[in-house]
Design a protein around this ligand. Structure first.
Ligand code: MOS
Length: 708
């Protein structure tokens, strides 16, 4: 059998998705379902003086209206990322306080969606408003708390930072900013909460972490986890915003219990602005000190971001800095402020994306300052060890990414002066940047069954948030059992299946593939057969239904010996119309070192998706707030701009493809997030080459391209 792994495999769930037969959360049909609609705050800071639900309650079809005055019972969960985790520590309808515009202050439930929305609109609220703080510049900053047990600060080398900076041949301090970015997945947030008994809850909602959700809902309602079932066969995009329950989900499930009916709640795009997470704006400072030949002496990286008044989330921008370039002196520092905005959260390459924007912009500026090729500057400062963890990288083919990308792009032909390339009367510029993302791997369990007819079934609670995990599991199974991929059926995203951890941190492929390989091996061992054909013969002769095996795999002690990280290089061309203030990305070459590539087609598409999302981060995406009222000035996909087909050029993606077998038996490090990192810097660097204009503030909107 020709191996599937490494080839370009069509998505096994593609047909179901394009024909609409793949059920998303709100598509599930339940008998007796009723509809919820959220009531949200019209002010950004203050309290509710009075709330009148009479008109709402009396409206036709209304079944219930919940506010802080009759909040359904919810048990505070341990909320520690291990037993349970909710995105916002404050429980919904906890009290009369308003912390941000759009905060959930009520839930109307009716027999139809339209009547629920109507009832929600009939709730009358009298507020006592206070001035909101919504801009990063207004926040009071304090040192960011540690994240996942790691301090946000790190220092290596000198105690006298200022002296290193003062004595270096070249030294620079530059400031970079990024905007608030909204999650904008295709599938809006939605939940169907069904109490199948007084002590048994079934939840249909997009969840990147089925078993985490199971435990969390268990804690929220005083149930043991087995009494909770989470069903998430498909997710229409997640990127970090669908990993834990948000307040709307907690409230919907609590309300469903009180009224004893299954409740369907779909969060509107407008409501998603405040209630389902965003990436905080950042202000970053990069300090670089170097010898004349470009050898780095010091890298300083400071970052500020904001959280909401009701939870703590730091955008961890400095996490990449000690991994990228060697410098005897390193100084990393993060600060956090509090604003009257919804709670920020993880968003594709949280920290890595804005962090690489700042660092890779500053590296480009240094290259210009030294009249060095930016590729050479990076090659000169490679580090083969993670300077913070003090461990060698298991593999690092960053240099190969840089060299291959440069050759493919034709970087050697780049004129070394800004404003020296023109096409059809417009300025053309070439830019590049590095790309990186750490490799993670979690414990994962998979059950594999072989039926007498030769078909194979695979079950795991791990899920596919649109990334292609179904296909990865099917291909890995097909290769491990030497069967055609068409005979493999994969079922994912149900808490009744074996636990495979979280679809986050780009780790689902790295976690799942070793478990699949092991389960397939165990299955043949159970059958006491060398091949599937032999095992099928045994099944047919014995009349037994199936052989099955469940395997669990996890990372071992290898993390004490090596640091695992993925690498890449982006090269791009931009065309700039200075009169119109228009920047178009016209060409892209990316080379990625992500270990073994399982599905060449899906992996390249993941990287392309990351690059396109990076183009949004670079050029379009921003959510500003009215400084007086505190409401967001964007609220849907018409006002919040993301790249569309017309904005995206041909994107060439190449993989180094060397398996990282120290990392896991599949040698695959994961590919979900790395693509976005470095994209915005590559574009800004190309803009500088085109125009001589350095933009240090994202997004690079037309106003930043015209005038002085
Ligand atoms: Mo990703 S931000 O870990 O879903």
């Amino acid at each position: 059998m020709t191996p599937m792994i490494g080839t370009a495999i069509n998505r096994t769930d593609g047909w179901a998705k394009v024909t609409g037969s793949a059920p998303y959360a709100a598509d599930h049909a339940l008998t007796g379902v009723v509809y919820g609609y959220l009531v949200t705050a019209a002010i950004a800071h203050g309290r509710i003086k009075a709330i009148n639900t009479e008109a709402a309650t009396q409206a036709p079809g209304t079944l219930a209206v919940f506010t802080a005055e009759n909040a359904p019972p919810i048990v505070p969960p341990s909320n520690n990322f291990i037993q349970s985790k909710i995105y916002e520590a404050r429980l919904p309808l906890a009290d009369d306080r308003i912390h941000y515009a759009g905060q959930i202050i009520g839930l109307a439930i009716a027999d139809t969606f339209e009547r629920a929305r109507d009832a929600a609109n009939r709730v009358q609220v009298e507020y006592e408003a206070q001035p909101p703080l919504v801009e990063l510049a207004q926040a009071t900053f304090t040192p960011a708390p540690s994240m996942f047990g790691q301090s946000m600060d790190f220092r290596q080398g000198t105690e006298d930072w200022d002296r290193v900076m003062a004595q270096a041949a070249v030294a620079s301090t530059t400031h970079y900013t990024t905007a608030n970015e909204l999650h904008a997945p295709m599938e809006p947030h939605a939940i169907m909460a069904h109490w199948t008994a007084t002590d048994a809850l079934t939840i249909y909602e997009p969840s990147q972490w089925v078993m985490g959700s199971q435990r969390t809902y268990g804690e929220l309602f005083g149930l043991s986890p087995e009494k909770v079932r989470i069903i998430t066969p498909y997710i229409g995009g997640a990127f970090g915003c669908k990993a834990f329950p948000w307040p709307h989900s907690v409230l919907a499930a609590a309300a469903a219990r009180v009224i004893n009916r299954p409740v369907k709640l779909v969060v509107s795009r407008r409501q998603m602005t405040a209630n389902t997470g965003h990436r905080s704006a950042t202000e970053q400072t990069i300090q670089l000190a170097a010898e004349r030949d470009g050898t780095l002496l010091a890298i300083g990286h400071g970052a500020k971001s904001a959280t909401s008044p009701v939870d703590v989330f730091t955008e961890p921008c400095t996490g990449i800095t000690a991994a990228m370039y060697r410098a005897p002196n390193l100084l990393l520092h993060q600060e956090l402020g509090v604003l009257n905005v919804g709670t920020p959260t993880f968003m594709r390459a949280p920290g890595e994306n804005p962090g690489m924007w700042a660092l890779e912009s500053a590296m480009d500026e240094l290259a210009w300052q030294l009249t060095l090729d930016p590729v050479d500057l990076r090659l000169k400062n490679l580090t083969q060890a993670h300077q913070r963890w003090g461990l060698p990288f298991s593999q690092k083919h960053f240099a190969e990414c840089l060299r291959t990308g440069a050759a493919q792009f034709g970087w050697g032909d780049r004129p070394p002066q800004p404003r020296s390339l023109r096409r059809e009367g417009q300025l053309v510029g070439w830019g590049m940047a590095g790309s990186t993302f750490p490799a993670m791997r979690g414990a994962a369990s998979v059950k594999v069954q072989l039926l007498a007819d030769g078909s194979v079934q695979v079950f795991t609670a791990g899920n596919d948030m649109g990334t292609g995990a179904y296909t990865v599991v099917a291909a890995t199974t097909a290769d491990a059992l030497q069967v055609p991929i068409e005979t493999v059926r994969v079922a994912m995203g149900d808490s009744r299946f074996p636990d495979a951890g979280i679809a986050g941190g780009s780790q689902m492929t790295a976690s799942l593939t070793p478990a699949v390989m092991q389960a397939c091996q165990d299955l043949l061992a159970t059958a006491n057969c060398a091949t599937v054909a032999q095992a099928c013969d045994v099944l047919q002769q014995s009349g037994q239904d199936a052989f099955e095996a469940t395997a669990t795999t996890a990372a071992g002690a290898e993390g004490k010996q090596w640091a695992f990280q993925s690498w890449g290089a982006h090269f791009c061309e931009v065309v700039v119309d200075e009169a119109m203030g228009r920047l178009r990305v016209s060409r892209w070459v990316a080379v990625m070192d992500v270990g073994r590539v399982i599905n060449a087609k899906a992996a390249a598409s993941q990287v392309r998706g990351g690059i396109i999302m990076g183009m949004g981060h670079a050029l379009m995406e921003e959510c500003n707030f009215d400084p007086v009222g505190g409401s967001p000035v964007v609220y849907d996909l018409a006002t919040y701009h993301v790249p569309t087909q017309a904005d995206v050029p041909r994107i060439e993606v190449t993989f180094v493809g060397k398996p990282d077998l120290n990392f896991n038996p599949a040698g695959a490090r994961g590919v979900g997030e790395i693509g976005i990192t470095g994209v915005s810097a590559a574009i800004a660097n190309a803009l500088y080459h085109a125009t001589g204009r350095r933009v240090r503030s994202l997004p690079i909107t037309p106003d930043k391209l015209i005038g002085v």
